[in-house]
Design a protein around this ligand. Structure first.
Ligand SMILES: NC(=O)c1ccc[n+]([C@@H]2O[C@H](COP(=O)([O-])OP(=O)(O)OC[C@H]3O[C@@H](n4cnc5c(N)ncnc54)[C@H](O)[C@@H]3O)[C@@H](O)[C@H]2O)c1
Length: 274
């Protein structure tokens, strides 16, 4: 198995795959990441030849603006795979990608390999329950791709002992469903946080204690208003929100949520420096 991209996701994936008895290799453009992985027993791949499984975990955001999605890395990996990848192998894309990327990669590879999207829901603060071995989605470009992917990872209907990695995978009908679901999961969270931020500002306007209001509203069985903290940070939520906005041209909600987050940040940043 070759894990391509050994950052936060890739190094954990490679470690997990190795623990499950596979001869595991890694590849990263960043030497430091490679050195770190080698310390965990992951061997360095010299090229992409002769692997049965390729797991792609490269970054999919602009390094100069982490909130901007960018698919260059994933396509450069696909180009290298098209020259060196083994025919009939499985290519599993675990990176978060824009809709249609998995299918484009399969086309680039002339479907000489099986291509699935198996996006990640990794949360490094709770790796035991929200790490590599948590329920995830998988969608294939073709049925044969999905079968190959489920056989390696494990499928919803397959008992643990039939699968290689024992990861509970929920299969969906296409790679696009899997890609969009990953984007939607983070966009939904973005929206929920932005709503809390807006409520915080509304409370300020009316001299109401936001904490008290939130606790009061959350006593209702189907309400769960989140906390408003420092603004929506990191790359996962903002980049996914932008991927969603790019793919849903009629969407107004997330554009407003983005503006709300900007207004909220402008409000709380001076307070943090007081
Ligand atoms: N970190 C998370 O909690 C998380 C959760 C869910 C999904 N994701 C998604 O998983 C993917 C990886 O995220 P991450 O947090 O591990 O990113 P990261 O920035 O920590 O690591 C990405 C790695 O990919 C390497 N890389 C980039 N281009 C490469 C190339 N062409 N060939 C080889 N290596 C290359 C980089 O050097 C880097 O080490 C992203 O798409 C991200 O959106 C991340």
């Amino acid at each position: 198995v070759l894990v391509i991209g050994l950052g936060e996701i890739g190094v954990n994936v490679a470690e997990y795959v190795k623990k499950h008895g596979f001869d595991t290799y890694g590849y990263d453009l960043n030497k430091k990441k490679m050195t770190l992985a080698k310390k965990l027993g992951i061997k360095k791949a010299i090229n992409f030849r002769e692997f049965d499984v390729y797991i792609i975990c490269v970054s999919t955001h602009d390094p100069h603006d982490i909130s901007r999605p960018q698919m260059n890395n994933i396509f450069s990996v696909a180009k290298k795979l098209s020259k060196e990848g083994r025919e009939g192998a499985l290519v599993a894309i675990e990176s978060t990608v824009s809709i249609g990327v998995t299918r484009k990669i399969c086309t680039l590879l002339s479907h000489r390999m099986h291509v699935v999207h198996a996006g990640h829901r990794f949360y490094n603060q709770e790796k035991e329950i929200h790490g590599v071995n948590q329920p995830r989605l998988m969608g294939g470009v073709y049925d044969c791709c999905l079968s190959s992917g489920l056989e390696f990872y494990g499928g919803k209907d397959i008992h643990g002992d039939h699968s290689h990695l024992g990861i509970p995978m929920y299969k969906v009908s296409s790679a696009e469903v899997s890609e969009l679901s990953r984007i939607v999961e983070n966009s939904y969270r973005y929206l929920q946080i932005a709503f809390a931020e807006e409520l915080f500002l509304v409370c300020k306007e009316h001299r109401i204690d936001f904490k008290e209001l939130r606790e009061a509203a959350n006593t209702k069985w189907n309400i769960q208003i989140l906390e408003a903290r420092d603004g929506i940070g990191g790359h996962c939520l903002p980049a996914c929100m932008k991927m969603y906005v790019e793919s849903a041209k009629s969407s107004l909600l997330l554009k407003s949520a983005f503006q709300t987050d900007q207004i909220y940040r402008n409000f709380v940043t001076p307070l943090a420096h007081d």
